[in-house]
Design a protein around this ligand. Structure first.
Ligand code: SAH
Length: 355
């Protein structure tokens, strides 16, 4: 039993089943019992591990890629350097260290972190000690008058998705209800869904598709700002060009579990629908969706890995080689994870990516 399950069951008894998105939002960010509100979930002792926690090379290379993009656009200053969902602050710390020697980059940047979790904000503050950080609850609060250089790793997969099952020419929303003291999935009434009109072409009766309204809103905001003020975004996550099927998954202690089993105690994510992000970000230009392994190889991870290996021996060297493989190999994170970038019309796409 979790406290959040009792709260949800009582609410459902009073006002009826809730959408998968509302369920996900409470599980992750409930002010008292939410998964991110109450803990640091990252690392070997936590529930999952992310690319920046696997190797410093990830944040370094993404940082140099963004800095090159900023140089290519004439090094506009001041500019907002922003991260969505910075976790422990590791990616940003590696990015900042790697870009120290880029002329004007540190002097021109204003650091903005979008983070809802009080626990992780503390970790970020400690990791980035010495930097002046502006924290925000929402991407909408990023400064609107500056060029925007932004990175987001495994952020969009944490945003609540609605799920719909195809039924003839309409859709039934998948809902979370309760029966016999347990949470259960069910289906709402059939109705039209204008936002899914384009999915009537590539689905059949019974197929399930996902919609992430929060992700589209954020992509719209950052895309509009990059198009108007300049800058670039690197969005890294698991998912594909178009969502298909039920991708809601719960992880606890590095093992998958039933998403309804322990609300608030397990991480909940859904695959990212990059097509929806790219379209919402117009008029910013998006790059072709590129596998993480391909992208990291193109921007020099092997050279960086060799340079770091020269100073290592024994277990540390073994771990370093395993980390390189884990980030890039197709059987590991190399092809499940993808990169989408955004940049203004007329500017070059970030190194390693093409339109
Ligand atoms: N980028 C980090 C952490 C990924 S975990 C890494 O790669 O290690 C997801 C991060 O997004 C966490 O920092 C979490 O607290 C934050 N987050 C999740 N939902 C959010 C939301 N709706 N608004 C702001 N931050 C959110």
């Amino acid at each position: 039993m979790t406290a959040l399950r009792d709260i949800l069951i009582a609410r459902i008894a009073q006002s009826g089943p809730i959408s998968v998105a509302d369920y996900m939002a409470d599980c992750l960010l409930h002010p008292e019992h939410g998964y991110y509100t109450t803990r640091d979930p990252l690392g070997a002792a936590g529930d999952f591990i992310t690319a920046p926690e696997i190797s410093q090379m990830f944040g370094e290379l993404l940082g140099l890629c963004l800095a090159q993009c900023w140089l290519d656009q004439g090094a506009p200053a001041p500019f907002a350097l922003a991260e969505l969902g910075p976790g422990r602050g590791t990616l940003m710390a590696d990015l900042l260290r790697a870009t120290r020697a880029v002329p004007g980059f540190h002097a021109g940047l204003r650091l903005h972190l979008v983070e809802r979790s009080p626990v992780l904000r503390k970790a970020q503050q400690a990791r980035l000690a010495g930097w002046d950080i502006a924290f925000h609850d929402n991407a909408a609060a990023l400064p609107a008058d500056l060029p925007l250089v932004l990175v987001a790793n495994e952020f969009f997969d944490a945003l609540p998705v609605r799920q719909f099952q195809r039924d003839a020419d309409g859709w039934r929303e998948r809902l979370v209800g309760a029966a016999g003291g347990a949470l259960r999935f069910g289906l709402g009434p059939r109705g039209p869904q204008p936002a899914l009109a384009h999915r009537l072409e590539d689905t059949r009766d019974g197929d399930l598709v996902e919609l992430c309204p929060g992700a589209q809103a954020i992509a719209g905001e950052i895309g509009a700002q990059i198009a108007a003020r300049g800058g670039a975004a690197l969005i890294v996550d698991y998912g594909d060009w178009r969502s298909q099927g039920d991708t809601l998954q719960a992880l606890r202690g590095h093992a998958p579990q039933d998403p309804l089993a322990q609300p608030g105690a397990a991480d909940l994510t859904a695959h990212v629908d990059f097509e929806a992000l790219a379209h919402a970000a117009a008029p910013a230009v998006h790059s072709r969706l590129t596998p993480q392994g391909v992208f990291l190889e193109r921007i020099g991870i092997t050279q960086r890995a060799r340079a770091l290996a020269a100073g290592l021996a024994g277990d540390a060297l073994e771990q370093h080689i395993a980390a390189h493989r884990r980030l890039t190999h197709a059987g590991e994170m190399g092809s499940l994870f993808k990169i989408l970038s955004l940049h203004p019309t007329g500017a070059a796409p970030p190194p390693g990516l093409n339109t």
